[in-house]
Design a protein. Sequence first.
Length: 408
Amino acid sequence: MSAAALMTNSQRPSRLLVVPHIPAMDIRVREIELARSLLDHFESVFCLHWSDALHDLSGGPVRRRWRQARRAIGSLAGSTGAPRNQGGIRRVDVPVLQPILLHRLLGDRAALRLSRRVNGPQVNRFIREYGVTHVLLATSIFGVPNVSGVRTFYDFVDWFPEESASPRRMRNLREDVAWLAGRVNGFFAVSEPLAQKLRRDYGLACSVLPNGTGLHALRAVSPADVNRLRARWNAQGKYVIGMIGNHGDYVPLDFAVRAFRRVRARMPDAMLWVVGPAEFWRSRLQGEPGVTFTGQVAPDAVAAYFQAIDLGWLVQEKNAGTEFAFQIKVVEYTACRKFVMAPKFETWRRLSWPNVRLLDFDPDAWAAEAGCLRKTPWVAEWDRVVEPYDWSRLAADAVRTLLHTGED
Protein backbone atom coordinates (compact mmCIF):
# COMPACT_ATOMS: atom_id res chain seq x y z
CA MET A 1 0.00 0.00 0.00
CA SER A 2 1.31 3.49 -0.84
CA ALA A 3 2.42 5.98 1.78
CA ALA A 4 -0.59 8.12 0.92
CA ALA A 5 -2.90 5.27 1.87
CA LEU A 6 -1.29 5.12 5.30
CA MET A 7 -2.52 8.60 6.22
CA THR A 8 -5.80 9.52 7.85
CA ASN A 9 -7.79 12.62 7.00
CA SER A 10 -5.69 14.60 9.46
CA GLN A 11 -2.50 13.40 7.72
CA ARG A 12 -1.30 11.43 10.72
CA PRO A 13 0.41 8.09 10.08
CA SER A 14 -2.07 5.23 10.56
CA ARG A 15 -1.28 3.28 13.72
CA LEU A 16 -3.39 0.32 14.79
CA LEU A 17 -4.02 -1.02 18.28
CA VAL A 18 -5.36 -4.59 18.43
CA VAL A 19 -7.12 -5.87 21.56
CA PRO A 20 -7.51 -9.66 21.06
CA HIS A 21 -10.21 -11.81 22.57
CA ILE A 22 -7.48 -14.16 23.83
CA PRO A 23 -4.09 -12.51 24.47
CA ALA A 24 -2.12 -15.73 23.95
CA MET A 25 1.10 -16.38 22.08
CA ASP A 26 1.16 -20.17 22.56
CA ILE A 27 -1.79 -20.72 20.19
CA ARG A 28 -2.89 -19.02 17.00
CA VAL A 29 -5.35 -16.23 17.80
CA ARG A 30 -7.44 -14.61 15.07
CA GLU A 31 -6.69 -10.95 15.86
CA ILE A 32 -2.97 -11.56 16.45
CA GLU A 33 -2.62 -13.43 13.15
CA LEU A 34 -4.50 -10.62 11.42
CA ALA A 35 -2.28 -8.04 13.13
CA ARG A 36 0.82 -9.69 11.67
CA SER A 37 -0.67 -9.48 8.20
CA LEU A 38 -1.52 -5.81 8.68
CA LEU A 39 2.10 -4.77 9.29
CA ASP A 40 2.47 -3.71 5.66
CA HIS A 41 -0.67 -1.57 5.84
CA PHE A 42 0.01 0.48 8.99
CA GLU A 43 3.05 2.40 10.15
CA SER A 44 2.82 0.61 13.52
CA VAL A 45 0.68 -2.25 14.84
CA PHE A 46 0.37 -2.56 18.62
CA CYS A 47 -1.21 -5.51 20.42
CA LEU A 48 -2.35 -5.54 24.04
CA HIS A 49 -1.25 -8.51 26.13
CA TRP A 50 -2.24 -9.58 29.63
CA SER A 51 -2.42 -12.77 31.66
CA ASP A 52 -5.88 -13.95 30.70
CA ALA A 53 -7.50 -16.12 33.34
CA LEU A 54 -9.99 -17.73 30.98
CA HIS A 55 -7.20 -18.99 28.70
CA ASP A 56 -6.44 -21.69 31.32
CA LEU A 57 -8.86 -24.52 30.43
CA SER A 58 -6.82 -27.50 31.60
CA GLY A 59 -7.69 -29.98 34.33
CA GLY A 60 -10.86 -30.43 36.34
CA PRO A 61 -13.28 -27.60 37.11
CA VAL A 62 -12.25 -27.00 40.76
CA ARG A 63 -8.50 -26.82 40.11
CA ARG A 64 -9.12 -24.82 36.93
CA ARG A 65 -11.18 -22.18 38.76
CA TRP A 66 -8.46 -21.88 41.41
CA ARG A 67 -5.75 -21.38 38.79
CA GLN A 68 -7.91 -18.90 36.91
CA ALA A 69 -8.47 -16.85 40.07
CA ARG A 70 -4.73 -16.80 40.81
CA ARG A 71 -3.96 -15.73 37.26
CA ALA A 72 -6.59 -12.98 37.35
CA ILE A 73 -5.17 -11.62 40.62
CA GLY A 74 -1.67 -11.69 39.17
CA SER A 75 -2.79 -9.77 36.09
CA LEU A 76 -3.62 -6.76 38.27
CA ALA A 77 0.03 -6.20 39.16
CA GLY A 78 2.33 -3.74 37.44
CA SER A 79 1.72 -0.93 35.02
CA THR A 80 1.43 -0.51 31.26
CA GLY A 81 4.78 -1.42 29.75
CA ALA A 82 6.63 0.16 26.85
CA PRO A 83 5.92 -1.54 23.51
CA ARG A 84 8.38 -4.30 22.61
CA ASN A 85 8.83 -5.95 19.27
CA GLN A 86 7.44 -9.44 18.89
CA GLY A 87 7.56 -10.66 15.30
CA GLY A 88 6.99 -7.17 13.96
CA ILE A 89 4.02 -6.46 16.23
CA ARG A 90 4.66 -4.06 19.11
CA ARG A 91 3.41 -5.98 22.14
CA VAL A 92 2.10 -3.93 25.05
CA ASP A 93 1.77 -5.65 28.43
CA VAL A 94 -1.00 -4.16 30.56
CA PRO A 95 -2.47 -4.83 34.01
CA VAL A 96 -6.11 -5.82 33.76
CA LEU A 97 -9.03 -6.14 36.14
CA GLN A 98 -10.82 -9.22 34.83
CA PRO A 99 -14.55 -9.67 35.48
CA ILE A 100 -13.99 -13.27 36.61
CA LEU A 101 -12.59 -11.91 39.90
CA LEU A 102 -15.76 -10.05 40.76
CA HIS A 103 -18.69 -11.77 39.12
CA ARG A 104 -19.61 -13.91 42.16
CA LEU A 105 -19.54 -10.87 44.42
CA LEU A 106 -21.10 -8.27 42.13
CA GLY A 107 -22.81 -10.28 39.40
CA ASP A 108 -21.74 -10.46 35.77
CA ARG A 109 -23.06 -7.05 34.69
CA ALA A 110 -21.60 -5.02 37.53
CA ALA A 111 -18.28 -6.88 37.30
CA LEU A 112 -17.99 -6.07 33.59
CA ARG A 113 -18.87 -2.40 34.13
CA LEU A 114 -16.29 -2.03 36.90
CA SER A 115 -13.65 -3.73 34.76
CA ARG A 116 -14.34 -1.27 31.94
CA ARG A 117 -14.04 1.71 34.29
CA VAL A 118 -10.71 0.45 35.64
CA ASN A 119 -9.17 -0.81 32.39
CA GLY A 120 -10.40 1.84 29.96
CA PRO A 121 -8.37 4.86 31.08
CA GLN A 122 -4.99 3.14 30.59
CA VAL A 123 -5.94 2.27 27.00
CA ASN A 124 -6.95 5.88 26.36
CA ARG A 125 -3.61 7.09 27.76
CA PHE A 126 -1.71 4.66 25.56
CA ILE A 127 -3.64 5.75 22.47
CA ARG A 128 -2.79 9.39 23.12
CA GLU A 129 0.87 8.74 23.95
CA TYR A 130 1.59 6.64 20.86
CA GLY A 131 -0.65 8.38 18.36
CA VAL A 132 -2.93 5.40 17.67
CA THR A 133 -5.43 6.17 14.93
CA HIS A 134 -7.40 2.89 14.70
CA VAL A 135 -8.45 0.30 17.27
CA LEU A 136 -9.67 -3.25 16.64
CA LEU A 137 -11.46 -4.66 19.69
CA ALA A 138 -12.45 -8.28 20.23
CA THR A 139 -13.31 -7.96 23.92
CA SER A 140 -15.26 -5.34 25.82
CA ILE A 141 -13.43 -5.55 29.18
CA PHE A 142 -11.52 -2.36 28.26
CA GLY A 143 -14.65 -0.53 27.20
CA VAL A 144 -14.44 1.50 24.00
CA PRO A 145 -11.75 4.18 23.61
CA ASN A 146 -13.13 7.72 23.70
CA VAL A 147 -10.14 9.55 22.23
CA SER A 148 -11.10 12.13 19.61
CA GLY A 149 -10.22 11.23 16.04
CA VAL A 150 -9.65 7.51 16.72
CA ARG A 151 -11.75 5.05 14.71
CA THR A 152 -12.72 1.91 16.58
CA PHE A 153 -14.05 -1.40 15.24
CA TYR A 154 -15.44 -4.38 17.11
CA ASP A 155 -14.83 -7.94 15.95
CA PHE A 156 -17.45 -10.62 16.64
CA VAL A 157 -15.07 -13.57 16.61
CA ASP A 158 -17.76 -16.10 17.56
CA TRP A 159 -21.17 -16.51 19.12
CA PHE A 160 -22.48 -18.57 22.04
CA PRO A 161 -25.14 -21.27 22.70
CA GLU A 162 -27.95 -18.76 23.07
CA GLU A 163 -30.61 -21.47 22.98
CA SER A 164 -29.63 -22.36 26.57
CA ALA A 165 -29.21 -18.75 27.74
CA SER A 166 -31.60 -17.20 30.25
CA PRO A 167 -33.94 -14.35 29.23
CA ARG A 168 -31.92 -12.10 31.53
CA ARG A 169 -28.69 -12.90 29.74
CA MET A 170 -30.31 -12.21 26.38
CA ARG A 171 -31.60 -8.84 27.62
CA ASN A 172 -28.12 -7.99 28.88
CA LEU A 173 -26.64 -8.99 25.55
CA ARG A 174 -29.03 -6.72 23.67
CA GLU A 175 -28.03 -3.83 25.96
CA ASP A 176 -24.33 -4.57 25.39
CA VAL A 177 -24.71 -4.67 21.62
CA ALA A 178 -26.61 -1.38 21.66
CA TRP A 179 -23.90 0.11 23.90
CA LEU A 180 -21.22 -0.96 21.41
CA ALA A 181 -23.20 0.24 18.40
CA GLY A 182 -23.32 3.73 19.84
CA ARG A 183 -19.57 3.91 20.36
CA VAL A 184 -17.75 2.16 17.51
CA ASN A 185 -17.35 3.00 13.84
CA GLY A 186 -17.94 -0.47 12.47
CA PHE A 187 -18.15 -4.20 13.05
CA PHE A 188 -16.58 -7.37 11.72
CA ALA A 189 -18.21 -10.80 11.94
CA VAL A 190 -16.40 -14.09 11.49
CA SER A 191 -18.94 -15.68 9.15
CA GLU A 192 -21.71 -14.78 6.74
CA PRO A 193 -24.39 -16.54 8.85
CA LEU A 194 -23.28 -14.59 11.93
CA ALA A 195 -23.28 -11.29 10.03
CA GLN A 196 -26.81 -11.99 8.83
CA LYS A 197 -27.94 -12.88 12.34
CA LEU A 198 -26.48 -9.69 13.80
CA ARG A 199 -28.23 -7.61 11.14
CA ARG A 200 -31.54 -9.44 11.61
CA ASP A 201 -31.61 -9.58 15.41
CA TYR A 202 -29.61 -6.48 16.41
CA GLY A 203 -29.65 -4.16 13.42
CA LEU A 204 -25.86 -4.26 12.96
CA ALA A 205 -24.14 -3.96 9.60
CA CYS A 206 -21.00 -6.13 9.80
CA SER A 207 -18.18 -6.66 7.36
CA VAL A 208 -17.55 -10.39 7.02
CA LEU A 209 -13.96 -11.29 7.94
CA PRO A 210 -13.48 -15.09 8.02
CA ASN A 211 -10.71 -16.78 9.93
CA GLY A 212 -7.59 -17.22 7.85
CA THR A 213 -4.34 -19.09 7.79
CA GLY A 214 -0.83 -18.85 6.38
CA LEU A 215 -1.00 -21.00 3.27
CA HIS A 216 2.70 -20.83 2.49
CA ALA A 217 3.74 -22.06 5.95
CA LEU A 218 1.25 -24.92 5.85
CA ARG A 219 2.33 -26.05 2.41
CA ALA A 220 6.09 -25.58 2.92
CA VAL A 221 6.48 -28.58 5.24
CA SER A 222 9.00 -31.00 3.74
CA PRO A 223 8.25 -34.70 3.21
CA ALA A 224 11.23 -35.47 5.45
CA ASP A 225 9.61 -33.55 8.33
CA VAL A 226 6.36 -35.42 7.78
CA ASN A 227 8.16 -38.78 7.80
CA ARG A 228 10.01 -37.91 11.01
CA LEU A 229 6.78 -36.90 12.71
CA ARG A 230 4.96 -40.06 11.70
CA ALA A 231 7.93 -42.13 12.88
CA ARG A 232 7.91 -40.31 16.22
CA TRP A 233 4.31 -41.44 16.84
CA ASN A 234 4.75 -44.92 15.31
CA ALA A 235 2.43 -44.06 12.42
CA GLN A 236 4.44 -45.37 9.47
CA GLY A 237 2.10 -47.17 7.12
CA LYS A 238 -0.94 -46.23 9.21
CA TYR A 239 -4.09 -44.31 8.27
CA VAL A 240 -4.05 -41.28 10.57
CA ILE A 241 -7.18 -39.33 11.48
CA GLY A 242 -6.34 -36.00 13.07
CA MET A 243 -8.17 -33.73 15.50
CA ILE A 244 -6.05 -30.62 15.87
CA GLY A 245 -6.92 -27.81 18.28
CA ASN A 246 -7.84 -27.18 21.92
CA HIS A 247 -9.80 -30.07 23.41
CA GLY A 248 -11.43 -28.87 26.60
CA ASP A 249 -14.39 -30.49 28.32
CA TYR A 250 -16.66 -28.63 25.86
CA VAL A 251 -15.34 -30.76 22.96
CA PRO A 252 -17.23 -34.09 22.58
CA LEU A 253 -14.08 -36.13 22.30
CA ASP A 254 -15.93 -39.12 23.71
CA PHE A 255 -18.06 -39.14 20.55
CA ALA A 256 -14.91 -39.00 18.41
CA VAL A 257 -13.50 -42.04 20.21
CA ARG A 258 -16.76 -43.97 19.80
CA ALA A 259 -16.69 -43.23 16.09
CA PHE A 260 -13.00 -44.14 15.91
CA ARG A 261 -13.66 -47.55 17.49
CA ARG A 262 -15.97 -48.28 14.56
CA VAL A 263 -13.31 -47.02 12.17
CA ARG A 264 -10.81 -49.44 13.71
CA ALA A 265 -13.28 -52.28 13.26
CA ARG A 266 -13.20 -51.52 9.51
CA MET A 267 -9.55 -50.42 9.26
CA PRO A 268 -7.31 -51.98 11.92
CA ASP A 269 -4.37 -49.83 10.78
CA ALA A 270 -6.16 -46.58 11.66
CA MET A 271 -4.89 -44.14 14.29
CA LEU A 272 -6.53 -41.10 15.90
CA TRP A 273 -4.21 -38.23 16.77
CA VAL A 274 -5.55 -35.75 19.33
CA VAL A 275 -3.20 -32.83 18.76
CA GLY A 276 -3.20 -30.00 21.27
CA PRO A 277 -4.19 -29.51 24.92
CA ALA A 278 -6.58 -32.26 26.08
CA GLU A 279 -5.92 -32.69 29.80
CA PHE A 280 -9.60 -33.14 30.63
CA TRP A 281 -9.92 -36.06 28.21
CA ARG A 282 -6.48 -37.60 28.52
CA SER A 283 -7.17 -39.07 31.96
CA ARG A 284 -10.50 -40.45 30.77
CA LEU A 285 -9.42 -41.88 27.42
CA GLN A 286 -5.73 -42.63 27.88
CA GLY A 287 -4.99 -46.18 26.79
CA GLU A 288 -7.75 -46.30 24.19
CA PRO A 289 -6.33 -48.51 21.39
CA GLY A 290 -5.09 -46.48 18.44
CA VAL A 291 -5.59 -43.08 20.11
CA THR A 292 -2.55 -40.83 20.56
CA PHE A 293 -2.53 -37.67 22.67
CA THR A 294 0.32 -35.40 21.58
CA GLY A 295 -0.24 -32.65 24.13
CA GLN A 296 0.47 -28.98 23.44
CA VAL A 297 2.26 -28.31 20.14
CA ALA A 298 4.10 -25.05 19.46
CA PRO A 299 2.38 -22.90 16.81
CA ASP A 300 5.35 -23.12 14.45
CA ALA A 301 5.29 -26.93 14.65
CA VAL A 302 1.58 -27.43 13.97
CA ALA A 303 1.89 -27.30 10.17
CA ALA A 304 3.75 -30.61 10.15
CA TYR A 305 0.83 -32.27 11.96
CA PHE A 306 -1.66 -31.00 9.39
CA GLN A 307 0.51 -32.48 6.66
CA ALA A 308 1.18 -35.74 8.48
CA ILE A 309 -2.44 -36.82 8.95
CA ASP A 310 -4.59 -38.43 6.26
CA LEU A 311 -8.05 -37.19 7.27
CA GLY A 312 -9.21 -34.26 9.38
CA TRP A 313 -12.04 -34.51 11.89
CA LEU A 314 -13.89 -31.49 13.29
CA VAL A 315 -15.96 -32.75 16.20
CA GLN A 316 -18.09 -30.10 17.91
CA GLU A 317 -21.58 -30.12 19.33
CA LYS A 318 -24.14 -28.37 17.18
CA ASN A 319 -25.47 -25.22 18.83
CA ALA A 320 -25.68 -21.50 18.09
CA GLY A 321 -22.05 -21.07 19.10
CA THR A 322 -20.73 -23.57 16.56
CA GLU A 323 -23.44 -22.97 13.95
CA PHE A 324 -22.34 -19.36 13.39
CA ALA A 325 -18.61 -20.02 13.73
CA PHE A 326 -15.99 -20.20 11.01
CA GLN A 327 -13.90 -23.14 12.13
CA ILE A 328 -10.36 -22.39 10.96
CA LYS A 329 -9.36 -26.05 11.20
CA VAL A 330 -11.42 -26.76 8.10
CA VAL A 331 -9.33 -24.22 6.17
CA GLU A 332 -6.07 -25.62 7.54
CA TYR A 333 -6.95 -29.23 6.75
CA THR A 334 -8.02 -28.20 3.25
CA ALA A 335 -4.86 -26.17 2.67
CA CYS A 336 -2.92 -29.39 3.31
CA ARG A 337 -5.08 -31.30 0.82
CA LYS A 338 -6.99 -33.34 3.39
CA PHE A 339 -10.60 -34.40 3.37
CA VAL A 340 -12.59 -33.09 6.33
CA MET A 341 -15.50 -34.59 8.24
CA ALA A 342 -17.67 -32.28 10.35
CA PRO A 343 -21.20 -31.86 11.71
CA LYS A 344 -23.77 -30.11 9.53
CA PHE A 345 -22.84 -26.53 10.38
CA GLU A 346 -24.53 -23.75 8.42
CA THR A 347 -21.30 -21.97 7.45
CA TRP A 348 -19.90 -25.08 5.77
CA ARG A 349 -23.21 -26.07 4.25
CA ARG A 350 -23.25 -22.73 2.44
CA LEU A 351 -19.63 -22.87 1.34
CA SER A 352 -20.04 -26.44 0.12
CA TRP A 353 -16.34 -27.22 -0.32
CA PRO A 354 -15.76 -30.39 -2.35
CA ASN A 355 -13.51 -32.01 0.27
CA VAL A 356 -15.76 -31.37 3.29
CA ARG A 357 -18.28 -34.01 4.32
CA LEU A 358 -21.05 -32.89 6.67
CA LEU A 359 -22.59 -35.61 8.81
CA ASP A 360 -25.09 -36.26 11.57
CA PHE A 361 -23.75 -37.17 15.00
CA ASP A 362 -23.82 -40.91 14.29
CA PRO A 363 -20.64 -42.92 14.99
CA ASP A 364 -21.50 -45.52 12.34
CA ALA A 365 -21.96 -42.80 9.69
CA TRP A 366 -18.59 -41.27 10.58
CA ALA A 367 -16.87 -44.64 10.36
CA ALA A 368 -18.45 -45.45 7.01
CA GLU A 369 -17.51 -42.06 5.56
CA ALA A 370 -13.92 -42.38 6.78
CA GLY A 371 -13.67 -45.67 4.93
CA CYS A 372 -15.01 -44.12 1.73
CA LEU A 373 -12.69 -41.13 1.91
CA ARG A 374 -9.64 -43.33 2.27
CA LYS A 375 -10.28 -44.53 -1.27
CA THR A 376 -11.17 -41.08 -2.71
CA PRO A 377 -8.40 -39.19 -4.55
CA TRP A 378 -7.73 -35.48 -4.14
CA VAL A 379 -8.49 -33.29 -7.17
CA ALA A 380 -5.76 -30.75 -7.95
CA GLU A 381 -8.18 -27.91 -8.74
CA TRP A 382 -9.47 -28.08 -5.15
CA ASP A 383 -6.21 -26.44 -4.04
CA ARG A 384 -7.65 -23.08 -5.07
CA VAL A 385 -10.67 -23.21 -2.77
CA VAL A 386 -8.66 -21.95 0.23
CA GLU A 387 -6.67 -19.23 -1.52
CA PRO A 388 -9.09 -16.42 -0.53
CA TYR A 389 -8.51 -17.40 3.11
CA ASP A 390 -4.81 -16.65 3.26
CA TRP A 391 -4.28 -13.95 5.90
CA SER A 392 -2.56 -11.69 3.36
CA ARG A 393 -5.73 -11.67 1.23
CA LEU A 394 -8.03 -11.21 4.19
CA ALA A 395 -5.86 -8.40 5.59
CA ALA A 396 -6.21 -6.46 2.35
CA ASP A 397 -10.00 -6.70 2.69
CA ALA A 398 -9.92 -5.74 6.38
CA VAL A 399 -7.73 -2.69 5.84
CA ARG A 400 -10.22 -1.19 3.41
CA THR A 401 -12.82 -1.28 6.17
CA LEU A 402 -10.46 -0.09 8.89
CA LEU A 403 -9.09 2.86 6.93
CA HIS A 404 -12.15 4.02 5.09
CA THR A 405 -15.16 3.34 7.33
CA GLY A 406 -16.34 6.12 9.58
CA GLU A 407 -14.12 8.81 8.14
CA ASP A 408 -16.89 11.36 7.92
